[in-house]
Structures are given as C-alpha cells and as structure tokens.
Design a protein. Structure first.
Length: 157
C-alpha cells in the first residue's frame, strides 16, 4: 500500500522558507492504519514552495534545486528528486542542504496550490506523487514517512 504525503490546509505558520512547529498531538489514523508506530506529535520543518516561479519542467527543477540545495549531480528528474528527498533526514549523505532530524517531518507548503494545479498540472501532480513515492520508498525499508504536503491558498497580504 502506498503511503501518500499527508495533506493539510493552510496553516498559521506563515510563508517563511523553513520554520519549525508542531505537526500534531496524537497518533494519527494514517499511522495506525498503515501499521507504522508513528507519533504525529513531532516537530516540523516547513519549506514554502513559491509556485508562481514555476512555468515548466525546467523552472520546476531549478526552483526545487535552489530551495533544497541539491548537489551538482542532481539529475533534474523526478527520480533524482525522490532520491534526494528520501534522504532528507540523513544529512551525512549530502543530498539536500535542508534536512530534518530523525524525529521531524518536512512539510512542503505549496503556495497558491489551486493556481499551480491549473497552470502546471503535470508538475503539480509530480510534486504530490513524488512526495508519496518518497514516503513509500521509506516505508518499504522500515523507515517512517518524512514528507507531508500542505496545499496553501493564495496569500491575501
């Protein structure tokens, strides 16, 4: 069974590129249903993805490479993206400059999600499916999910 990136609505965390907070306070049904002993009362690192900067595959990979600090060998494909983010809690591998601890969750805050889905449906789907693939790959090896996706409404600021 594939473990999808957990979804959440707009949060009070704001639009900073990376910010820490609490993800939840109870063991969630996804964790219990998947048979994974996983406590959602954990710290989160929120990374905002300014999707208005994405217009095609090239800009998609440029933005993600720049935000996550992927290595020079980053292959600019979804397989390479999955490889890098599957190791986001293993900084010694050097696959991302943004990392989380073993007890943290990386939350991808997709800014202006509805607009992004309309303008770039392939990249939008790839972001969601790639996040799910990261968690699925980790579950196959007995590791906990590490990525959640937060779909954000347009900013009113």
């Amino acid at each position: 069974m594939a473990l999808a990136g957990m979804m959440a609505r707009k949060s009070e965390f704001g639009a900073e590129t990376a910010r820490q907070g609490k993800c939840g306070s109870e063991k969630g049904p996804l964790a219990r249903g998947a048979g994974i002993p996983y406590d959602f009362a954990m710290r989160c690192k929120i990374v905002s993805l300014p999707t208005r900067q994405i217009s095609d595959w090239s800009s998609f990979h440029d933005l993600l490479r720049d935000i996550f600090g992927f290595p020079r060998c980053y292959g600019r494909s979804m397989n390479a993206w999955i490889d890098c983010l599957a190791s986001v809690d293993a900084p010694e591998r050097g696959l991302s400059t943004i990392t989380v601890g073993r007890d943290e969750m990386l939350v991808l805050r997709v800014e202006d999600a509805t607009d992004f889905k309309t303008r770039c449906p392939d990249q939008y789907a790839a972001l969601l499916e790639g996040s799910a693939a990261v968690n699925y790959r980790r579950a196959e090896t007995g590791d906990r999910p590490v990525i959640a996706v937060m779909l954000s409404a347009p900013s009113t600021e």
